[in-house]
Design a protein around this ligand. Structure first.
Ligand SMILES: CC(=O)SCCNC(=O)CCNC(=O)[C@H](O)C(C)(C)COP(=O)(O)OP(=O)(O)OC[C@H]1O[C@@H](n2cnc3c(N)ncnc32)[C@H](O)[C@@H]1OP(=O)(O)O
Length: 421
């Protein structure tokens, strides 16, 4: 039996939730998230939880707190690392603010340390909760909308190769290699297996909007060739409703192209679909070139930018040693970590001209003081340390130290994922 939670009221026991407890976890989630999903979606959630490590807090026999961790392999600059995909975090309303989540997080860290898992990541329902546990936004995205009531004007020639429309499992086999290649180029993406494609990317029914049709996958290039295609888009459509004033919509769920010609061909196709007058893509990377490619910037609008995946460096040393670096650096970092004390202290980070990395305890004066949250925000290449220094959230003791670390952390592409779990 694991430690108990006893901040106030009767002590609660912490223990793993076995397979027979998954329905209890789903019932708890339905209460906590005010969500009573249709049978198909509930079955998807069940399958997801069965793949997870499951941590429970029990009041007697009753499950009152729950946290699931999906085992992920997350792309990081130059490689990938084991990562806990934290999900279905819920505490019964009667048991809130008694330290249940804090205790479940403790179980997660202990399990991660046993398994040598240096990262944890999550999509947060409420942004205020996770910073105190050392998480920070580590990838961002932007929503783009195209007014497609007229031909899409682009300043770039479209790749003339044929487009093909695929459905079902065939689609996955064709596009998975291209996704895998782009996953290596942009950090922050979990590796997908067949279950992930089928259940989370290409399910018949969209989880958020039941008016959207089934997924369609348009592919550019020869689908029979040995090389992956040049690009693809996964999209769903919704018919227009004149009475309600809503346009026929093409909802782009995922877009990958290996260059500007391929991107132009695919965006043109999506904007050209009959009986629709709007293309909406919920998330593309913040450095996506589409807005630059548009002849009329008013036709392609960025409607919002937002943080996506939150990251936690559970083992800072392991995480830093595993990533690729863009420039040599030699800095002493004073790292604060109020939760995982093994990360806290003063360490010398060196990246040599030959890219060899070391990160060792040091007594030398610190060049930079920062919290593990800020390190997580910058780790995949998204945020800049210099900005945190300007915000007063990191302190530079040697001028230029933050700029040097930024230069070393820099990646060619911004990290990005839209894989929600
Ligand atoms: C990855 C995901 O699954 S995201 C989904 C998260 N789940 C939800 O939003 C469901 C609804 N909410 C809940 O189930 C619970 O309120 C939880 C899980 C958010 C928090 O669980 P609790 O057991 O109450 O948290 P716990 O008591 O350990 O709180 C620790 C600290 O976290 C912070 N915290 C907890 N809940 C919140 C909140 N809703 N907003 C802001 N901060 C919070 C507080 O600082 C708190 O410390 P304090 O009590 O000293 O002020």
């Amino acid at each position: 039996m694991s430690p108990a939670v006893a901040r106030s009221g009767a002590a609660l026991a912490l223990r793993p939730v076995d397979e027979s407890g998954v329905d209890d976890a789903l019932r708890l989630a339905a209460i906590v998230f005010h969500d009573h999903p249709a049978d198909e979606i509930r079955e998807r959630h069940r399958e997801l939880l069965l793949r997870c490590e499951r941590f429970g807090a029990y009041d007697g026999d009753r499950l009152v707190g729950f946290l699931a961790a999906l085992p992920l392999s997350l792309s990081v600059p130059g490689g990938e690392l084991p990562c806990a995909g934290v999900t279905f975090v819920c505490v019964l309303p009667t048991h809130r603010r008694r330290g249940v989540l804090t205790a479940l997080m403790g179980e997660l860290w202990r399990a991660g340390a046993r398994q040598g898992r240096p990262l944890a990541a999550l999509w947060a329902a409420d942004a205020a909760i996770y910073g105190r546990f050392g998480f920070a936004f580590a990838t961002s995205g932007m929503t783009v909308e195209i007014d497609s009531d007229r031909p899409l004007g682009l300043r770039v020639e479209a790749d003339p190769r044929p487009l093909r429309l695929l459905e079902g499992p065939d689609a996955r086999e064709v596009v998975a290699p291209l996704h895998e290649r782009s996953r290596a180029a942009r950090a922050g993406r979990p590796r997908r297996d067949g279950w992930w494609w089928g259940t989370l990317v290409l399910p018949e029914q969209d989880e958020e909007d039941d008016e959207l049709g089934p997924p369609l996958v348009v592919v550019l290039g020869d689908v029979d060739a040995e090389e992956p295609p040049a690009g693809y888009a996964v999209y769903r459509t919704r018919p227009g409703d004149d009475d309600a004033g809503s346009p026929g919509l093409v909802q782009v769920q995922e877009f990958e192209a290996d260059g500007p010609g391929a991107a132009a061909a695919l965006w043109r196709y999506l904007a050209d679909i009959d009986l629709t007058t709007r293309v909406r893509c919920w998330a593309v990377p913040e450095d996506d070139p589409l807005p630059l490619m548009a002849s009329d910037p008013g036709q392609v609008r960025v409607t919002q930018t937002f943080g996506c995946l939150w990251l936690r460096l559970a083992d800072v040393r392991q995480a830093l040693l595993a990533r690729a670096w863009a420039a040599p650096v030699d800095l002493v970092l004073q790292v604060h970590d109020g939760v995982l004390r093994g990360n806290a202290g003063r360490f010398r980070l060196t990246v040599g001209a030959d890219s060899a990395v070391t990160y060792e305890a040091s007594d030398d004066p610190a060049d930079l003081t920062l919290d593990v949250r800020e390190l997580a925000a910058c780790y995949l290449g998204d945020a800049r340390l210099t900005r945190f220094v300007r915000a007063g959230l990191a302190t530079e003791h040697r001028p230029g130290a933050a700029r040097a670390l930024d230069a070393a952390l820099r990646t060619e592409h911004l990290p990005f994922t839209l894989d929600e779990f």
